[in-house]
Design a protein around this ligand. Structure first.
Ligand code: NAD
Ligand code: WQD
Length: 336
């Protein structure tokens, strides 16, 4: 029988791509999203890609009544939890909103799952939990630390999940630490749609290529990296989506499990590498200024990918050119 997966935040960037991958893997998807950072249009786009409309409930993960209703009326096998706030800078300005959405939201969701006896959970963690890397590549046993409230919410939820796993038998939990998700579905129908000025490099670069912003500001060219600019492990969002499908399958095969896995490519690219790749993808010159470092940024980070391969049989397949080609297709498509 087709299994139903509850995808919180499924109208957002990573959740929408994962919904496509889940549907294509044979799951039925029920999205719960409060549309605070997304729009309903994504449902039509997903339907065009997969030929299947995901079920949708507009609501908040912090609303126990909504959760109770969903778990009571739908036979939900597992929960993939993407819903939350994600802007590092904003989290220092409105920390309580971050703890409320990300920590309280997760606690209420897990409590509702417990009541409904649904114990399979895949959590969107982040490489931000590694803080400033002591050594590269980053292995999952690298010490964790947080330098901002957003990162701290991820640390706290990771710990809550470990406590819960140890408190009673039967929980099947995956804590997936994403590196830098970029790109879009190759159809150009779904992608990242930041509101206002993008915080992250690649959506900013895309908007400069599209002529919506004059220049990229490259934050720092005096890091200890090959060209002096920051190095990151950029991962195509469709590879990331497939990683979720494999993590879910892995969990559903176990009696109980607490899995912690990096989802990255294992390769690092600099800001200038990414700008060049995007120039190639778009055929546009992308002007940039070299400016001061952004406070709180680290020089370099990339993933050790062995555990993902050993445990899930998963490796990222798409390189930076494909990431930029797909992001550009999405950018040009959505601005028409
Ligand atoms: P996104 O903002 O595009 O998607 C999040 C979705 O959750 C949005 O559709 C939003 O409307 C919804 N949402 C937010 N709060 C909610 C709530 N309380 N109840 C119901 N819905 C709510 O973000 P994304 O990039 O897709 O990120 C998804 C998850 O992955 C987040 O937890 C984020 O912290 C994590 N993550 C993202 C990145 C990244 O760079 N994008 C990296 C690592 C981890
Ligand atoms: C990448 C590189 C910048 C913007 C953040 C979060 C992390 C995770 C992913 C959620 C860095 C440089 C950026 C710009 C630039 N999110 N840059 N000009 O900081 O690695 O990670 O998103 O979990 O927690 O911290 O990503 O895309 O912001 O920056 O030069 O306008 O691009 O300095 O070297 P980051 P990013």
């Amino acid at each position: 029988m087709t299994q139903t997966i509850l995808v919180t935040g499924g109208a957002g960037f990573i959740g929408s791509h994962t919904t496509v991958a889940l549907q294509q893997a044979g799951y039925r998807v029920l999205i719960l999203d409060n549309l605070s950072n997304s729009s309903l249009d994504v449902l039509d786009a997903i339907t065009r890609i997969t030929g299947m409309r995901p079920d949708f409930a507009e609501g908040d993960v912090r609303d126990p009544e909504t959760l109770e209703l969903l778990f009571r009326t739908r036979k939900i096998t597992a929960v993939l939890h993407f819903a939350g706030l994600k802007a590092v800078g904003e989290s220092t300005q409105i920390p309580l909103a971050y703890y409320d959405n990300n920590v309280q939201g997760s606690v209420l969701l897990l409590a509702a799952m417990q009541r409904a006896d649904v114990r399979s959970f895949v959590f969107s963690s982040s490489a931000t939990v590694y803080g400033d890397p002591q050594k590269l590549p980053l292995t999952e046993d690298h010490p964790r630390s947080a330098t901002n409230p957003y990162g701290h919410t991820k640390l706290v939820v990771e710990d809550i999940l470990e406590n819960l796993y140890r408190s009673e038998a039967g929980w099947r939990i995956a804590r997936l630490r994403y590196f830098n998700p970029v790109g879009a579905h190759p159809s150009g129908l779904i992608g990242e749609a930041p509101q206002g000025i993008p915080n992250n490099l690649m959506p900013y670069v895309a908007q400069v290529a599209a002529g919506q912003r004059p220049k990229v500001q490259v934050f720092g060219n005096d890091y200890d990296t090959p060209d002096g600019t920051g190095v990151r492990d950029y991962i195509h969002v469709m590879d990331l989506a497939q990683g979720h499908v494999q993590a879910l399958r892995h969990c559903l095969e176990k009696e109980q499990e607490l899995l912690t896995v990096n989802l990255g490519t294992g390769k690092g690219y600099s800001v200038l590498d990414m700008i060049r790749a995007f120039e190639q993808a778009s055929g546009k010159t992308i002007p940039y200024d070299l400016v001061a470092r952004r406070p709180g940024d680290i020089a370099a980070c990339w993933a050790d990918t062995e555990i993902a391969y050993q445990k899930l049989g998963w490796r990222a397949e798409k390189g930076i050119q494909e990431m930029c080609d797909d992001a550009w297709r999405w950018e040009t498509n959505r601005s028409v």
